[in-house]
Design a protein around this ligand. Structure first.
Ligand code: PEP
Ligand code: MN
Length: 365
């Protein structure tokens, strides 16, 4: 995939801000008092630059609180008058966009349920043509990086250069620990493909609870992500949506103060030592690839041998022995069991694929 988007850095559209950028505010705007009280408290936290509030809420089931609607935009105007915070609102259709623009919302964000639908994203992009407003794009609910990139491209093609991505985790059927699985490999790949794109992590929707917020925020910082979006509410357990995951602004302040922020780069000694270690890794990786290639050659020989003797490719007894033996060796060497199982399964699958291909190809001879 070749991507050549010239996305502006956060500084360009935010002006001065303290790293990490923090976006906070309630899941949903519920009342003028709740909105203003939250905003006032948040405005005292140096990292908080943008105030978020959902006004039109995409709820899974009808009858749940679906947001206060247009009146919330007037409350957000007051937030701008009474604090130095910028405001952001979730938009899901052209009408939402137009209302936000009319009411001077500073930043738009597109939610996970909207990003799954290219028709919706295209409609939103169409009304954004010629408009100068930053847009943040959450990942789609399902772990599909192309769908996420597609939405970013559609907004970019509308002429918007001030774009941010929001990583809010992915729905998987059997979620146990997280509300939405972080699958860090996906935002990391997004960063590799679009190095200029700021990625803001949303620990609230990843965790779905308050307990894990700190750990997920710390992970985001360790990965060098650009910012955090964390939901806050003056009385979280009474919130009309996402009551389990919101925190009081004071708790947000504590959470932020406890984060360990790493530097992107170290001093010259650090960089030299890092280079030395990296060249060791390069050599080891090369050796791993050579060893894998050697292993596959032997696999091919075994495949031919089995074929000549009309023996099935899959040999469960042998596979069990491999798993048990290798896990024992791995354990002694301090390699995490689940990790080794995944690697062995991959190697085994590839070995089977090669052996069955030999059978298939030889039919033509
Ligand atoms: C939200 O931010 O409140 C929200 C609805 O998030 P998501 O689109 O990530 O589910
Ligand atoms: Mn929410």
């Amino acid at each position: 995939m070749s991507l050549n988007l010239k996305i502006n850095p956060l500084k360009k559209w935010l002006g001065d801000y303290k790293y990490p950028l923090v976006i906070s505010g309630p899941c949903s705007a519920e009342s003028e008092d709740q909105v203003l009280e939250t905003a006032l408290q948040l405005s005292k936290i140096p990292n908080v630059k943008i105030f978020r509030a959902g006004i039109w809420k995409p709820r899974t089931r009808p009858g749940d609180f679906e947001g206060v609607g247009d009146i919330g935009l007037l409350w957000l105007k007051k937030v701008k008058q009474q604090t130095n915070l910028l405001t952001t609102v979730e938009v899901a259709n052209p009408m939402h966009v137009e209302k936000c623009l009319k009411n001077n919302v500073d930043v738009l964000w597109i939610g996970a349920r909207t990003v799954v639908n290219p028709f919706s994203i295209q409609e939103i992009s169409n009304v954004l043509k010629g408009v100068d407003i930053p847009v943040m794009i959450k990942n789609p609910v399902n772990p599909d990086i192309k769908l996420w990139i597609g939405a970013i491209e559609r907004i970019y093609n509308a002429g918007i250069k001030n774009i941010g991505a929001i990583h809010r985790g992915f729905f998987i059927y059997d979620n146990k620990v997280y509300r939405n699985q972080p699958m860090w490999e996906i935002p990391i790949e997004l960063k590799r493909l679009l190095p200029d794109l700021p990625i803001i992590v949303d620990p609230s929707h990843i965790c779905g609870n308050r307990q894990l917020l700190s750990a997920v925020s710390q992970r985001a910082m360790d990965l060098g992500m650009s910012g955090l979006m964390i939901e806050s509410h003056p009385n979280p357990s009474k919130a009309l949506s996402d009551a389990n995951q919101q925190i009081e602004p004071s708790k947000l302040e504590t959470l932020l103060s406890e984060l360990i922020i790493r530097k992107q780069k170290g001093d010259i000694d650090f960089e030299n030592k890092l280079e030395e270690l990296r060249s060791q890794i390069d050599e080891i990786d090369l050796k791993l690839i050579e060893d894998l290639a050697n292993r596959m050659q032997v696999v091919d020989e075994i495949g031919k041998y089995k074929q000549e003797n009309k023996i099935t490719v899959l040999q469960l007894k042998r596979w069990n022995t491999i798993i048990n033996d290798r896990l024992k060796s791995g354990e002694k060497l301090g390699i995490y069991n689940d990790f080794l199982v995944k690697i062995l399964e991959l190697i085994h699958l590839e070995s089977i694929r090669r052996q069955t291909n030999i059978v298939k190809n030889s039919k033509n001879i």
